[in-house]
Write a protein that binds this ligand. Structure first.
Ligand code: HEC
Length: 227
């Protein structure tokens, strides 16, 4: 049994989105994990929707108990990205959330800059509570690159003099392209300066925005965003 493969499958399982489109991929990962480890993790097959936190935690516990040093190495390299997600959400006392504190966090974490300003880089966030379950809402924030609609993908350009510029296309014409960068500044690049241009599969929304957030912060932010 390869612990490396088990950890990789477990990482993938933590990262994958929990909607209909990924049910079979998740099922296969769990099947693989259960076969390799000869354990059952209480995972429900063919179920989309809610993140199966308890099953994920059992995978994590198994690896931690049986392969502590490999597990630790993996945790260090994966950080919040693996067990962080499910466990952090499970540790939140959601009833303590306060929308006004959430609004302040929303400003301080720079969310407003991309989601509220006049020439926004991201979508409007009104009515999020109706569109997303709580897990999916935080998933969208913690893993912005998971499901990125075409028009929110970054365009990446390398110029003939070796600069690398990323942003959203604001305007494009035969002789040039204007990008809005994540710092809010726009920048025009002449066509003859472009060495290479590609549409990235990444979101313009950065990762790691909630890395420092406390459980109470998450509850506050949730109150604010789900209004
Ligand atoms: C640099 C710009 C930027 C910042 C800063 C930013 N976002 Fe985003 N956000 C985006 C873009 C672009 C998208 C759409 C693409 C995607 O889903 O990743 C998005 C998508 C989202 C979505 C999914 C919305 C949907 O309808 O699918 C949520 C929720 C969200 N952001 C919340 C936040 C919160 C909360 C913060 C602050 C902690 C934040 N964002 C900070 C640019 C940003």
């Amino acid at each position: 049994m390869g612990i490396g493969a088990v950890l990789a499958a477990s990482n993938a399982l933590h990262r994958i989105s929990w909607d209909k489109s990924t049910v079979s991929a998740r099922d296969q990962l769990v099947m693989f994990l259960e076969n390799e480890t000869r354990q059952t993790f209480g995972y429900k097959y063919k179920a989309s929707g809610t993140v199966q936190t308890a099953a994920l935690n059992r995978v994590t516990e198994w690896a931690e108990t049986n392969y502590p040093s490999e597990f630790l190495k993996n945790e260090k390299s994966q950080g919040l990205k693996t067990r962080g997600f499910a466990e952090r959400l499970a540790s939140v006392d959601w009833g303590q959330g306060d929308a006004e504190r959430g609004a302040i966090l929303y400003k301080n974490l720079q969310c407003a800059r991309c989601h509220d300003a006049g020439n926004r880089l991201g979508p409007r966030l009104e009515g999020l509570g109706k569109r997303f379950s709580r897990d999916d809402l935080f998933r969208a924030i913690i893993y912005p690159n998971e499901q990125v609609p075409e028009r929110y993908r970054a365009v990446a350009i390398e110029t003939v003099d070796g600069q690398y510029i990323q942003g959203a296309v604001v305007y494009e014409s035969v002789d040039g392209i204007t990008l809005q960068q994540t710092d809010g500044k726009t920048r025009r690049i002449n066509r003859d300066q472009i060495e290479f241009q590609t549409r990235s599969n990444k979101s313009l929304m950065p990762e790691g925005l909630l890395d420092q957030a406390t459980p109470l912060d998450l509850a506050d932010l949730y109150q604010f965003l789900s209004r």
